[in-house]
Design a protein around this ligand. Structure first.
Ligand SMILES: [Zn+2]
Length: 204
């Protein structure tokens, strides 16, 4: 009897596991997932801060605007915070600003894991390099970029982690602040090219 119950439970667990795996395999990916880095975190890695500027606040402004723009162009977009759910996506982008021990030693950078993402990263750098007048770091220059924790929960065909600039650098912070929405529009326009759209963004 005990043996039977054990065998039955085991078979049931195996069946459920297979059912979940099949469901996941056939689940349609969400076109775009946008994450605001550190959003919703009170402890742990709560993000960079400098002279009254909280990275997370800027991340939220940018992420909201990226999602709004994409949706206005008819591209289905899901906004998530730092405690990401497990989701499947075609394109995912995490929004961050960097902080550095030595002010003005960092700048902008990109993190990713596969070659499809690397291509999208090149596209983004081409766009942002024409606008952002400060320093760039090499791609994947920190472990937070090359091995971003959400790579494992947001399962995306292409996933970029964007550091959009350094908030611990005074001149950079001052340049970035009034341009957050324009930067968001540039990110949205870059993502839109993945869906065959080529919107034009007015630079301010
Ligand atoms: Zn960050």
């Amino acid at each position: 009897m005990i043996k039977n119950i054990f065998g039955f439970t085991l078979s049931l667990i195996i069946l459920i596991t297979i059912a979940i795996a099949l469901y996941w395999q056939h689940k349609k990916p969400i076109p775009v997932v946008i994450q605001a880095g550190h959003e919703g975190r009170d402890t742990g890695n709560t993000g960079a801060a400098s002279h009254g500027t909280q990275e997370v606040e800027w991340n939220i402004i940018v992420a909201n605007q990226v999602a709004k723009k994409l949706q206005s162009w008819g591209i289905e977009t899901k906004r998530v915070d730092a405690k990401t759910p497990i989701v499947k996506a075609k394109v995912a982008v995490a929004i961050h600003f960097d902080g550095a021990q030595i002010p003005c030693s960092s700048g902008a950078s990109v993190g990713y894991q596969n070659s499809a993402s690397q291509k999208l990263a090149q596209k983004w750098k081409q766009v942002y390099k024409q606008y952002f007048p400060f320093k760039w770091q090499k791609d994947n220059f920190t472990k937070n970029l090359s091995n971003y924790y959400a790579f494992y929960t947001i399962q995306a065909e292409k996933f970029l982690v964007l550091e959009l600039g350094e908030i611990t650098c005074k001149k950079e912070r001052r340049w970035l602040k009034p341009r957050l929405k324009t930067i968001a529009n540039l990110i949205a326009a870059t993502i839109a090219t993945e869906f065959g759209l080529h919107p034009h963004i007015q630079l301010k």
